[in-house]
Unconditional design. Structure first.
Length: 387
C-alpha cells in the first residue's frame, strides 16, 4: 500500500539532491574541518559555503549564523546562552509565549535554577500572542521575550514585529523560533528575512525543509552576546563546541537552496493539496467537521489544516488512518497512559473534549493533489463507521 504522508510539520522527506550532497561528505571527504591540511580545508570550505548560502537567504551576515545540532539546540543556545551571559541579573525575568514548542518551554527548568522568573504570555482564542497583556506587563526587569513565528500545531502566524516593538520600548531581547516559517511563505507568498523580522535571535531547522535531521542554525544579531553551555573546542565561534557535521551542514544548505529557488511553486503546491483535501472532506464527510482556528481572524501557514471531527475520537481516527496508509497527528498526546490535551489548544481555551477530537494535517511541497484527494476519500470511508 502506498502511504500518504500528511505530517510535514513534524518532518519532511529529504530531497534526493540533499542525500546526494551528503553522501560524498560521509564517504570520501571525511576530513575534520578544524584540520589545517588539505582534507580539513576542503571540509572547512564546504561549511563556509553553506554558511554563506544560508546567511544570504536569511539576509544576515556570515558571522551572524551559528550551526547547531538541531532547531531545539539552537533555541536552547539563544535562551540559555543569553541567560548565562547576563550574570549580573539586573534583568531577572523571562517571558515565554504559552504556545511555544517544548524546545523553549522546557528551558524553564534550567532558567529557574539560574535564578530567573518565568512568565507565560497568554494567547488569544485564535492562538495569537496577547499583545495587550504584553504591553501591560513588559518592564525593564525583562531580559528576554521568546515567541514563535508560527505555531507548529495550528500554523497560526504571530505578528512578530508588533511583539519586537513592544519589547524595544524596554530594551528587551526578542528570540523567535522560526522553525515552521523558514522558507515557508507567510503573508500570501512572501518569505521573511532578518530585515523583515526584527528579532535579535532566530532559530531554524533543516528537516522541516526537506533537509537532514540533526542540524539547525541560530541567527545572532551582531552585538548580542551569548555564553555557550557546551565546553570544548572553538568550533562555531566557540558557541557550539564539537566537530562540525559536514554532511548535515552541506545537506542543510542544499535543502535551503532548493527550497529558496522554488518557494512559490512549493507554496502553491501545499495550498492546492490542502484545498482539494478540505473541499472533498467538506462535501462528503458524514460527520460534522470544523476548523480549529478561526481562519478569517488570523493568518495560517499554507500547508496547515487543523480540524475537529465532532463526536469522533482523534486517537481512534489516527489509528484507522494509519492502517489505511495515511499519516497525520492529533491535538492530544499520549502521556502516562492517558490522552493529554496539547498545551497549545489548552492555552487557546479549548476544552479537553474538543482537543481529543482534533487532528493536524500538514501538506508538503511534495504532496500531489491526487494523493490529497485519495486521502480525503479514505478518511470519508473511515468516518462512515463513526456515524
Ligand atoms: C516550532 C518548532 N520549534 C522547534 C522544533 C524543533 O526542531 P528540531 O526537531 O530540529 O529540534 C520544532 C520541531 O518540531 C518545531 O516545530
Amino acid at each position: 500500500m502506498e502511504r500518504i504522508y500528511l505530517d510535514n510539520a513534524a518532518t519532511t522527506k529529504p530531497y534526493q539532491e540533499v542525500l546526494d550532497t551528503m553522501s560524498s561528505w560521509v564517504t570520501n571527504n571525511y576530513g575534520n574541518p578544524m584540520s589545517i591540511y588539505s582534507e580539513g580545508r576542503v571540509a572547512r570550505n564546504s561549511i563556509d559555503e553553506a554558511r554563506e548560502l544560508i546567511s544570504d537567504v536569511l539576509g544576515c551576515e556570515f558571522s551572524e549564523l551559528i550551526f547547531t545540532g538541531s532547531g531545539t539546540e539552537a533555541a536552547n543556545l539563544a535562551i540559555i546562552g543569553l541567560a548565562l551571559q547576563n550574570e549580573e541579573k539586573r534583568r531577572d525575568t523571562i517571558f515565554f509565549n504559552s504556545t511555544e514548542h517544548e524546545c523553549v518551554l522546557n528551558t524553564k527548568h534550567i532558567l529557574t535554577k539560574l535564578g530567573y522568573k518565568i512568565q507565560l504570555i497568554p494567547v488569544t482564542k485564535a492562538g495569537l500572542v496577547d499583545l495587550d497583556w504584553l504591553n501591560s506587563n513588559i518592564c525593564d526587569n525583562v531580559l528576554l521575550v521568546s515567541t514563535m513565528h508560527a505555531n507548529n500545531e495550528t500554523g497560526v502566524v504571530n505578528n512578530i514585529n508588533s511583539i519586537s516593538e513592544i519589547g524595544e520600548t524596554m530594551g528587551v531581547i526578542h528570540h523567535v523560533d522560526a522553525v515552521q516559517t523558514f522558507l515557508n511563505p507567510i503573508d500570501n507568498g512572501s518569505l521573511w528575512n532578518v530585515n523583515s523580522v526584527r528579532a535579535h535571535l532566530i532559530n531554524v531547522s533543516a528537516h522541516k525543509i526537506h533537509g537532514p535531521k540533526g542540524v539547525g542554525a541560530l541567527y545572532i544579531r551582531r552585538g548580542i552576546k551569548l555564553k555557550s553551555f557546551v565546553s570544548g573546542g572553538e568550533q562555531e565561534r566557540s558557541l557550539r563546541a564539537g566537530t562540525e557535521n559536514t554532511a548535515a551542514i552541506t545537506g542543510f544548505a542544499k535543502a535551503v537552496q532548493i527550497s529558496h529557488d522554488n518557494y512559490l511553486d512549493f507554496y502553491e503546491n501545499k495550498k492546492i493539496a490542502k484545498k482539494v483535501f478540505w473541499d472533498q472532506l467538506k462535501k462528503h464527510s458524514p460527520v460534522d467537521i470544523e476548523e480549529t482556528v478561526p481562519k478569517d481572524e488570523v493568518q495560517v501557514l499554507g500547508g496547515h489544516l487543523h480540524l475537529r471531527f465532532k463526536g469522533v475520537s482523534a486517537e481512534s481516527l489516527l489509528i484507522l488512518m494509519d492502517r489505511a496508509g495515511i499519516s497525520a497527528s492529533s491535538g492530544s498526546a499520549c502521556g502516562a497512559g492517558s490522552m493529554e490535551t496539547s498545551h497549545v489548544l489548552k492555552a487557546m481555551g479549548l476544552s479537553q473534549e474538543f482537543a481529543k477530537e482534533t487532528i493536524r494535517f500538514t501538506f508538503g511541497s511534495d504532496t500531489p493533489k491526487e494523493k490529497a484527494i485519495v486521502a480525503a476519500d479514505k478518511l470519508i470511508e473511515i468516518l462512515i463507521r463513526f456515524k
